[in-house]
Design a protein around this ligand. Structure first.
Ligand SMILES: Nc1ncnc2c1ncn2[C@@H]1O[C@H](COP(=O)(O)OP(=O)(O)O)[C@@H](O)[C@H]1O
Ligand SMILES: O=P(O)(O)OC[C@H](O)CO
Length: 505
């Protein structure tokens, strides 16, 4: 039997390919960034063709570096940035428009009209989501309404939609030459078009966005013993490998962190932050601004659901310090700069660049730096940036505790920002809960590999996977309750200053 499983992680800023062994250890990886296209304020696009080319390149390079062939891989899993919408022509394989990225706010009027017309409650009940620019439905509607010829092509069945998982699965299985048009329930649950109970596209939801059903991929289990297909011999793997796992990236990280029991949670710190709490096979409806989402569906087992707190801007606020303000030359420097001062010096930074996501869902918010005095320096701003990551997390942890009654005794973390030791210490202090990072911090790719490997019997059960999880580092809280409360009161005041800033009506 083949000794390895591969996973493509198609993220917001880069695409990586990773290969794991049976112990869940990394054997090889390669990663390439793609262009962030920012045509105007609030718009964020990716070029789907570039993403496919990057995927080909990272797969080819990692396989070559590891000296492996297609026959060495028991299965391949896909995981992806969620919500980002691609519409392409199934006859030519050409996208009709750039991918509209999850952070893009161009559909704010579509989202506020849904609320005004009383459709918000139906979307919350059926899809588990509030109407917001974040999700795919409005993005597809925008393409149908604004790109000439797409509506007609969609009605004819030529223009098809997918998130980037679907786009890559279609290309990996042959594209115009018989590519499969599929997705999984975790990705579909982020479109505003899928009914959480039936796990099928919902005609009423489709009608809200004017999306023809024939545009949409078939929804298959996240870990799929029937396989989505096999990679093509002429593709980047140079042979046939079973495509057996597909999960949105945050759900994949939940699987990679082996959060298989109800009440288990993880927080991923990347471009944004995404806290997911496994709620088991029961749907839990949020009363406090969280999303209800599909966590995973393994084979023919019942789907497992999650409550999610999505934060749009965390690691990308650090990138903003680097790229827009130029006060650091690399993300890791944020730690050294912030360590130059003992505290935030009264400064709070609320990076509401895309409005505020959970638990506020305020597309009228914009970023603010408050509490400045002449005493403050770049170091205070760096510290306030790292604190903003932690305070936003505290907001969603609070909402999660209220919604679920689950009180976290430890927070499992992963993602790029968790390399920042100071930020992780701040997180433990601000939450008053220990923070724990696993040895394999690439939990997203690992989760997709797990889903694929489970499907083909490479791993026999989730117990096999649990044995692979090992703690690397733990941070214990050091702040007093009084310090914690004072700090959080300042944050809550700062958030209020960002609201009602732009007119979305
Ligand atoms: N040492 C660090 N301190 C703070 N932020 C960091 C550090 N290293 C990386 N980051 C941030 O982490 C993010 C990348 O993490 P990653 O998990 O690769 O994200 P994604 O999957 O969203 O592309 C970037 O936004 C970057 O600014
Ligand atoms: O690609 P990431 O890691 O920034 O994750 C993006 C999320 O899936 C958006 O919902």
């Amino acid at each position: 039997m083949a000794d390895y499983v591969g996973a493509v992680d198609q993220g917001t800023t880069s695409t990586r390919f990773m290969i794991f062994d049976h112990g869940g250890n990394e054997v090889a990886r390669h990663q390439l960034e793609h262009q962030q296209i920012l045509p105007q304020a609030g718009w964020v696009e990716h070029n789907p063709t570039e993403i496919w080319e990057r995927t080909r390149a990272v797969v080819e390079t990692a396989m070559r570096t590891a000296g492996l062939q297609a026959s060495d891989l028991a299965a391949l899993g896909i995981t992806n940035q969620r919500e980002t919408a691609v519409v392409w022509d199934r006859r030519t394989g050409r996208p009709y428009y750039n991918a509209i990225v999850w952070q893009d706010t161009r559909t704010d009027r579509i989202a506020s009209a849904l609320e005004r017309e009383g459709k918000g409650e139906v979307i919350r009940r059926k899809a588990g989501l509030p109407p917001a620019t974040y999700f795919s439905g409005g993005k597809i509607q925008w393409i149908l309404e604004n790109v000439p010829g797409v509506r007609e092509a969609a009605e004819r069945g030529d223009a098809i939609f997918g998130n980037t998982d679907t786009w890559l699965l279609w290309n990996l299985t042959g594209g115009v030459d018989g590519g499969v048009h599929v997705t999984d329930p975790t990705n579909a649950s982020r479109t505003m078009l899928m009914n959480l109970e039936t796990l099928d596209w919902d005609d009423e939801l489709l009608s809200f966005f004017g999306v023809p059903r024939q545009m949409l991929p078939e929804i298959r289990p996240s870990s799929n013993p029937d396989l989505y297909g096999v990679t093509r011999a002429g593709g980047p793997l140079g042979g046939e490998v079973p495509l057996a796992g597909d999960l949105g990236d945050q759900q994949a990280a939940t699987v990679g962190q082996v959060c298989f029991e109800p009440g288990a949670a993880k927080n991923t710190y990347g471009t944004g932050n995404f806290l997911l709490l496994n709620t088991g096979t029961e749907l839990v409806r949020s009363q406090h601004g969280l999303l209800t989402t599909v966590c995973y569906q393994f084979g023919s087992a019942k789907p497992v659901y999650a409550l999610e707190g999505s934060i749009a801007v965390t690691g990308s606020a650090v990138q903003w310090l680097r790229d827009q303000l130029g006060i650091i030359s690399g993300a890791s420097q944020s730690e050294a700069l912030a360590r130059q001062v003992e505290d935030n010096g009264g400064v709070y930074f609320v990076p509401a660049f895309s409005g505020l996501f959970a638990p506020y869902w305020r597309s009228d918010a914009r970023g603010a730096i408050v509490g400045l005095s002449r005493y403050n320096t770049n170091a205070h701003l760096a510290r306030a940036t790292l604190e903003s990551i932690c305070y936003q997390t505290k907001d969603v942890v609070g909402a999660m505790e209220q919604d679920s009654g689950v009180v976290l005794d430890v927070l499992r973390v992963d993602g790029g920002v968790t390399a920042n030791e100071l930020c992780m210490q701040m997180q433990a202090d601000i939450l008053g809960v220990p923070v724990s990072r696993p040895v394999v911090a690439e939990t997203t790719a690992l989760g997709a590999a797990y889903a694929a490997g489970l499907a083909v019997g490479f791993w026999k059960s989730t117990d096999d996977l649990k044995r692979n999880w090992h703690e690397d580092r733990r941070w214990e809280p050091t702040w007093s309750d009084e310090q914690r409360e004072r700090g959080y009161a300042g944050w809550r005041k700062a958030v209020q200053r960002t609201l009602d800033w732009v007119d979305v009506d």
